[in-house]
Design a protein around this ligand. Structure first.
Ligand SMILES: Cc1cc2nc3c(=O)[nH]c(=O)nc-3n(C[C@H](O)[C@H](O)[C@H](O)COP(=O)(O)OP(=O)(O)OC[C@H]3O[C@@H](n4cnc5c(N)ncnc54)[C@H](O)[C@@H]3O)c2cc1C
Length: 209
């Protein structure tokens, strides 16, 4: 495992790019010898990943006790279809984070984490919506996971077959699998005359789009 602070800018940027494009991570931890891997959303600022959820959540309660955690995020870019079963693969970008989560208690940091969290799922959304009340803040646990021990792994490109297999009459190549939003579905209780904002109608997970 490589440590982020010792790595070059390219690697740091790769890790951040993956974490910023993905929005679901899997959080692994052990309770009484039983490993759990729980899917959840997250936000990031600098070298901190924020997790949030109900104050009653066992995952968040357990992690706030300061036990070791492993967080992974994965982006699937395409299916790599080779001529042989052996060389089939997936184009992906993934990140693994090892560390210990910290309970966020400072109300200002907690609020900022929730803003980042919301913005991570949809840019511009925080300023369009009602902000959390004090009661809602209390009912929400926020954890910070430092991005110190991290690694990124990326696979790109087409299949790499054995030389003799290139002669086989078998289609080979890549089937891209981008995340593409469908048409927005307005809530049945939406007040008349409220159009979907551009961040909804032009939603994209890709950086800069
Ligand atoms: C895409 C996605 C995003 C999510 N985002 C968040 C988030 O931001 N914050 C948040 O708090 N929760 C989120 N969840 C829900 C999260 O996965 C947990 O279910 C929730 O946090 C409760 O966790 P817990 O440890 O308290 O579970 P408990 O209520 O203690 O769960 C008991 C048992 O139920 C099973 N279980 C728990 N969660 C799941 C699950 N998701 N799927 C199948 N079995 C399960 C496990 O065996 C677990 O041990 C998300 C889920 C998905 C799929």
């Amino acid at each position: 495992m490589k440590r982020l602070p010792k790595r070059g800018a390219y690697d740091r940027e790769t890790v951040f790019r993956v974490l910023d494009e993905a929005f679901v991570c899997h959080v692994g931890f052990v309770v009484d010898g039983q490993p759990y891997v729980i899917p959840t959303n997250y936000g990031r600022v600098g070298e901190i990943l924020y997790l949030h959820g109900s104050a009653a959540s066992r995952m968040l309660r357990t992690l706030s006790e300061g036990i070791p955690v492993c967080v992974t995020a994965t982006l699937i870019d395409g299916l790599v279809l080779a001529r042989s079963a052996f060389h089939h693969s997936v184009n992906y970008r993934s990140v693994v984070v090892l560390g210990t989560a910290r309970l966020v208690e400072d109300p200002a940091e907690k609020m900022e984490a929730l803003r980042l969290f919301t913005e991570h799922i949809m840019k511009g959304r925080w300023d369009e919506i009602r902000q959390p009340t004090e009661q809602e803040l209390k009912a929400t646990t926020v954890l910070a996971v430092p991005l110190q021990e991290v690694s990124a792994k990326v696979r790109t490109g087409g299949p790499v077959d054995d030389d003799e297999d290139y002669e086989l009459p078998i289609w080979a190549g890549v089937l891209p699998l981008p995340v593409l939003p469908g048409a927005p579905i307005a809530d049945s209780r939406l007040k008349a005359g409220i159009p979907a904002p551009e961040n909804v109608t032009k939603y994209s997970r890709r950086e800069g789009s």
